[in-house]
Design a protein around this ligand. Structure first.
Ligand code: AMP
Length: 590
């Protein structure tokens, strides 16, 4: 609104004459502001306010969208992808040199004497399929053992059933419903299920039964064993699995069953104490590849009698460059074994590679390999690099402890822990640069509830089971979407709901952000505006090829742009350089 101004003399004459046709009443400032304010909602509601400059990411993705691929281009991309897959680093078969040299090929599974009750054996295929459908279990393989919804019907001994009950484990999870009958009957298996789905019990309980059966048939003598072996990619995961095995052996010993011994065979611990257990005779070994390979090479332990092998987080073992170590370990087996591969993520390429070690395997898949745990509420927030630390403190208020904070590098772990301690938060830290004792102290303190926050690198993101973690904070978004899935899988376990908050900013690549966006959409989570602006450039190709990347399972890119493959190539180059240093694995510990 415009107000007229008049010269003073004119005003004076006006006041005297008392009339002016052009005169507009004076409106006080407050009233004028209120009138302007009234017009604002109309503006917001009807005409779109002028947008600020779009982000570079949004511009790039909209430019790509404007040029849809023609059929020829699509075919070319698919051809190129096939070529990349064929030229992937040579994945040799997972068999021992000894077996290869002698041309030994096992054609039939190593069946155990275990059978489910008769009514299960007589269950028609249609009924089995109905149970699998109800529990969202996908199976693949010949002569599939029927699923079983009850631990009691799996014929475990009383002390095991009581222990399960005392831990609140009364009903099998989907992977257990199908996985336990498969493993108990002696079949080789590829188990794919999200983290926290209860897959550890699928290989631990049948192993206890196998060891018991062998011990009853012929008690182990000093220096003999093991009957079964579990290989894990990290020391912490191996220790946790060892503890799970021991939990079930203890009540069995107390109930008068034969005494079964377990060995935790990991590096960073004095080998002498491990050798003492071997001398006594050991039934079950839980190991990391390095120390196990060492002990076998030094002939401190033999795998002559070992007939049960589990590779936990199998794809990780291969990714981390332990492939040759595992092949060397395979060389020490002298008879056929039952082989099980477990993981939450299992790219097609590694599944094919794994099949070379398995005999008529059954694949049990609960949910898409690489999909996120649906019991986790995923929140993604744009936080500028310099604001992260302060915002982290605010984020910690979202839930009660315990809270896990993940970040990519060791230096950040130290900085964050220091900052949190200064602010009075009871935080501990774990990364690959710390010695085993420090790591164990931090993990035990966090697990037992003595510490509220654990700050860590991905070294603890796979497979570790922390009770009741309320909130996982990704201080940075990992470049590989698989790591994100593993990280957030530390919460939302045992059917409880958890929260995961992830900080993103411009330091993430578009591929990573697209993978994240599509993963959020798949899990029916809210997609923040900064991600929803991104368009999926792979949509066009999907019509004629498989969805996403066949190498890492990421949904937002094709194999040609796979950050994991890229990362592995550079690690392989690095490993060539350090070849003579004799270190095993591509990765130094993160
Ligand atoms: P995992 O995926 O094997 O690491 O298991 C995650 C957690 O789920 C562990 O703490 C197990 O004790 C627990 N768990 C395993 N099976 C069941 C079940 N059937 N019911 C409830 N909790 C379970």
């Amino acid at each position: 609104m415009q107000f007229k101004s008049y010269p003073l003399s004119y005003n004076r004459s006006l006041r005297q004459s008392g009339r002016d046709d052009n005169y507009v009443d004076y409106v006080p400032v407050a009233k004028r502001r209120a009138m302007v304010a009234l017009t604002i909602p109309k503006c917001v509601g009807k005409s779109k306010p002028k947008l600020t400059k779009p982000s570079l990411l949004a511009t790039v993705s909209s430019l790509r969208k404007k040029q849809p691929l023609n059929i020829k281009q699509k075919e070319q991309i698919i051809l190129q992808e096939k070529e990349i897959i064929e030229h992937l680093p040579d994945r040799k078969t997972l068999m021992s040199v000894w077996e290869l040299a002698k041309g030994i090929v096992y054609t039939e599974p190593l069946l155990t004497g275990w059978k489910p009750p008769l009514r299960f054996r007589r269950m028609p295929k249609k009924a089995c399929d109905a149970i699998r459908k109800q529990w969202h279990i996908l199976v693949d393989g010949d002569y599939l053992p029927p699923p079983n919804k009850n631990f009691k019907d799996m014929r475990f001994p009383g002390p095991i059933l009581q222990k399960l009950k005392s831990k609140g484990i009364v009903q099998p999870t989907p992977i257990q419903v199908q996985g336990l009958p498969v493993v108990l009957s002696g079949r080789d298996m590829i188990g794919i299920a999200s983290t926290g789905s209860g897959k550890t019990l699928v290989f631990v309980l049948p192993l206890v039964m196998t060891a018991l059966q062998e011990e009853v048939m012929m008690p182990i003598a000093s220096g003999e064993g093991p009957f079964g072996l579990i290989i894990c990619p990290s020391r912490d995961l191996a220790r946790q699995t060892y503890e799970v095995v021991e939990q079930f052996l203890e009540p069995m010993r107390e109930a008068g069953y034969p005494k079964l011994r377990t060995l935790l065979c990991i590096g960073g611990v004095d080998m002498k104490s491990q050798l003492d257990v071997v001398k006594e005779g050991v039934h079950i070994v839980v190991a990391t590849p390095g120390r196990l390979k060492d002990m076998l090479a030094k002939k401190k332990m033999k795998l002559d009698a070992c007939r049960y092998l589990t590779l936990d987080e199998a794809d990780r073992l291969v990714d981390m460059g332990f492939e040759d170590d595992i092949r060397e370990i395979f060389d020490h087996f002298k008879t056929q074994r039952q082989t099980l591969l477990f993981s939450a993520t299992m790219p097609v390429k590694i599944q094919n590679f794994a099949r070379s070690a398995l005999v008529k395997p059954v694949t049990v898949n609960v949910g898409r390999a690489g999909a996120a745990n649906l019991d986790v509420i995923q929140e993604v927030e744009y936080v500028k690099q310099e604001a992260k630390m302060v915002y982290l403190l605010e984020c910690l208020q979202k839930t009660a402890p315990p809270v896990l904070v993940f970040c990519e590098n060791k230096a950040d772990v130290g900085d964050i822990q220091e900052y949190l301690l200064l602010k009075g938060v009871d935080a501990v830290a774990v990364h690959g640069g710390m010695d085993q004792e420090e790591r164990e102290y931090a993990i035990t303190a966090f697990k037992s509830g003595k510490k509220d926050v654990l700050v860590a690198t991905d070294v603890i993101s796979k497979g570790l089971d922390f009770p009741d973690v309320q909130h996982v904070i990704n201080y940075d978004m990992p470049a590989e979407i698989e790591n994100y899935v593993h990280r957030i899988g530390r919460t939302g376990r045992r059917g409880k709901t958890g929260i995961a908050t992830t900080f993103i900013n411009k330091s993430q690549s578009e591929t990573t952000l697209l993978d994240l966006k599509l993963l959020l959409e798949e899990a029916k989570q809210r997609v923040p505006p900064v991600l929803s602006e991104l368009k999926d450039p792979t949509e066009d190709v999907e019509a004629s090829g498989a969805k996403g990347c066949v190498y890492c399972g990421g949904l937002g890119h094709r194999i040609g742009d796979c950050p994991k493959l890229e990362n592995q190539r550079s690690m392989q180059i690095a490993s060539l350089r350090s070849y003579y240093s004799g270190s095993s694995g591509y990765l130094g510990e993160i």
